[in-house]
Design a protein around this ligand. Structure first.
Ligand code: 13P
Length: 230
């Protein structure tokens, strides 16, 4: 099975947690499923077999940072993963590569696994390599990316229902893999209809699913598709 990460963004509630936990009870490879709900819901997943993670964290471990969430607190409640660098955080909250890198270092120091999102905007498509190289350069300089997961999310594909053609996904994710030697996910409008063709792309280790992860039946179908793929 490939890795399937659910990014609920600022959606979901206790009821959805119950439904997802219930629907994933029969999952064959729970270790390959990572649910990332809003942080106040993380406690709901403490007893589950699958993994869970946060959508963001602070650049600090503790202190006077009102509204922030420490990665060490996330670790203490059983999170294994933290998504960082999502395009919504880069664009809506002005997070820079340098700021994202501060989080990255802390996450690794705590033995958590960062899921680092990168991707080009629509007007950057013709020079995507330069854009991705710029986003990747801090992480590559850091060195050991063995445990790190990168998620290629073309910004223009997020929430639009439009996905790149499969050859383009293969080309870009192969490029990221070559640069990082890390696992690479694809994210952007993944759903039960396109999951088979996307997850079968050789260079992809899994998918980062947004909207479709909020529907327990649809998400479960994506999991079932992934379970059949080596
Ligand atoms: P959608 O699957 O809703 O396009 O969102 C993708 C995403 O941003 C996951 O992080």
């Amino acid at each position: 099975m490939k890795i399937i990460v659910a990014n609920w963004k600022m959606n979901g509630d206790i009821d959805l947690c119950d439904k997802i936990i219930n629907s994933l009870k029969s999952a064959i490879y729970p270790e390959s499923i990572i649910i990332c709900p809003p942080s106040p819901l993380l406690f709901m997943f403490r007893e589950v077999k699958f993994k869970y993670g946060a959508q963001n964290c602070s650049t600090n471990l503790k202190g006077a940072f009102t509204g922030e969430i420490s990665p060490s607190l996330l670790k203490s409640i059983g999170c294994s993963y933290v998504i960082i660098g999502h395009s919504e955080r880069r664009n809506l909250f002005c997070e820079s590569n340098d700021y994202i890198f501060q989080k990255f270092k802390l996450i690794l120091e705590l033995d958590l696994i960062p899921i680092v999102c990168i991707g080009e905007k629509i007007n950057e498509r013709s020079y995507y390599k330069e854009v991705l190289e710029e986003q990747l350069k801090y992480f590559i300089k850091h060195g050991d990316l063995n445990k790190v997961i990168f998620a290629y999310e073309p910004v223009w594909s997020i929430g639009t229902g439009i996905i790149p053609n499969l050859d383009d996904i293969l080309e870009v994710t192969s490029f990221i893999k070559m640069q990082t030697q890390s696992k690479v996910l694809y994210g952007g409008s993944v759903n039960k209809k396109n999951a088979t063709e996307i997850l079968n792309i050789a260079s992809i280790d899994g998918a980062l699913v947004g909207g479709a992860s909020l529907d327990p039946n649809e998400f479960y179908e994506i999991i079932k598709i992934s379970e059949k793929i080596k």
